[in-house]
Design a protein around this ligand. Structure first.
Ligand SMILES: [Zn+2]
Length: 136
């Protein structure tokens, strides 16, 4: 049964919104504890984005908080954008680190006469093509 709220508005008139408590009949705005949709302070599951696991944990937490109505859409979008940005810069730095390790290997190989002679003498089509590409 729908009962109107007996609370009073700022102008002194009776509220009349559907009550969510029985005795006294009060709506979500007037009952003790205030609004039912008042924001509860949230705490992110991670304190810093230091690994892709941190990013994944934050993103999945945000998705669940939105689904449960505890996090606003705009906050979730901001988190998603931050995670996307972090993931892109992480991917770039991983590629650069990988390339740097390969360059270290090639520089080490330059010091090995046997490897360099084998490389120069090689008739393997892929090695020949790779040598030609270096001269471009
Ligand atoms: Zn009310």
């Amino acid at each position: 049964m729908l009962v109107p709220c007996t609370g009073l508005k700022k102008d002194g008139s009776v509220c009349g919104v559907i009550a969510t408590t029985g005795d006294p009949a009060l709506c979500r705005h007037h009952r003790a504890g205030g609004r039912s949709n008042a924001r509860v302070p949230l705490s992110a599951p991670v304190q810093a984005l230091e690994s892709i696991q941190d990013v994944a944990e934050l993103a999945s937490w945000a998705a669940i908080e939105v689904a449960n109505g505890r996090l606003s859409q705009s906050a979730a979008h901001a988190i998603a954008a931050t995670c996307r940005e972090w993931r892109q810069s992480f991917a770039v730095s991983e590629t650069q680190e990988s390339a740097a390790r390969f360059i270290d290997l090639v520089e080490a190989m330059h010091g090995d006469r046997d490897i360099m002679e084998a490389l120069v003498k090689s008739k393997d089509p892929q090695v020949v093509a790779a040598r030609a590409a270096l001269k471009r």
